[in-house]
Design a protein around this ligand. Sequence first.
Ligand SMILES: NC(=O)C1=CN([C@@H]2O[C@H](COP(=O)(O)OP(=O)(O)OC[C@H]3O[C@@H](n4cnc5c(N)ncnc54)[C@H](O)[C@@H]3O)[C@@H](O)[C@H]2O)C=CC1
Ligand SMILES: O=C([O-])C1=[NH+]CCC1
Length: 314
Amino acid sequence: QHQILVFLSYQNIAEIAQLLDVAELISRLEAVMGEFSQRGAGLVQPVRSVVPLQKHGGFLGLMPAYLAHEDILCTKMVAFYQREQGSSLPTTQATVLLFDPVSGVVSAVMDGEVITARRTAAVSAISAKLLMPRHAEILCLLGSGHQAVSHYEVFTQAFTFKEVRVWSRSKERAEEFARAAGGPVTVCPSVKEAVEGADVIVTATNASEPLLFGKWVKSGAHVAAVGACRPDWRELDDDLMRDAVVYVDSREGAAAESGDVILSGAEVFAELGEMINGSMPAQRDKTTVFKSLGMGIQDAVSAKLVYDKWKSQQ
Ligand SMILES: NC(=O)C1=CN([C@@H]2O[C@H](COP(=O)(O)OP(=O)(O)OC[C@H]3O[C@@H](n4cnc5c(N)ncnc54)[C@H](O)[C@@H]3O)[C@@H](O)[C@H]2O)C=CC1
Ligand SMILES: O=C([O-])C1=[NH+]CCC1
């Protein structure tokens, strides 16, 4: 009898978090990103289709992927919105469907919150591992929402920093973030003060105008830019985009969706996967930007990890 895993309640979100081990996830993401950048026939992932919800200031993104070698068929549906400050509605909500690729039958329906948060931070951590200064001491997080939290968790698990800073539009939110963090976090009153001297900067905001300016960024620093996923949204200014060596998760994705890339006219140097598979170098000594947009293959390997771990416990 066919059994479908349904992980959609609040309790299930905690279960997914328990099943999705960060170290395992990083290793699976490295493998799939490296394979993606070879553009072999074994991996099918169209650029995300995005349906604008103009009336509501939102978008619905559809993110299918098929990984032939591991026979993983998956799609994520993610709704994301630009909310007024203080709105109680969530900005990002996702659901992940995993299929049996032999029959096409759905094998799992999962809430996508943990998968989206953790796999995005894990991909940023891979970029930082390859591109941040060798003796990085200061991590700076811009934003204090879901992605900022997951980046804090994954980065402090993967690396050791002497200082972690956070800046957020709302000082109260930044203070809440610092209180909830598992270690000391300095709350900074401005973006400038937060980023000055930082070795690694994560931008994880819903901004649509640049908030991080190149003139504030230390030479040689690494920026993992996670927000601004629409062609007319920005987090980074032109100076930073043009002066830094720019890496992306997918060249096609960046050309279609990244306002920071499209509007600055910056050249994309390489994909993260090209560094992983050795076809392009990691320019660690330069100032670097990793522009992340999110990919269906990342959700697919994450969902498969959760599913396999759950199955092994049945
Ligand atoms: N690259 C990727 O794979 C993914 C990217 N994202 C993007 O990451 C960003 C953050 O997502 P979440 O943490 O889930 O959202 P969230 O709503 O939990 O947090 C958003 C943060 O941005 C801040 N913010 C909102 N508008 C701002 C503005 N105009 N200027 C400065 N700060 C502002 C908020 O105060 C909050 O700290 C979003 O842009 C989202 O679309 C989300 C999922 C995956
Ligand atoms: O990859 C993803 O899930 C998203 N990227 C931008 C908004 C959601």
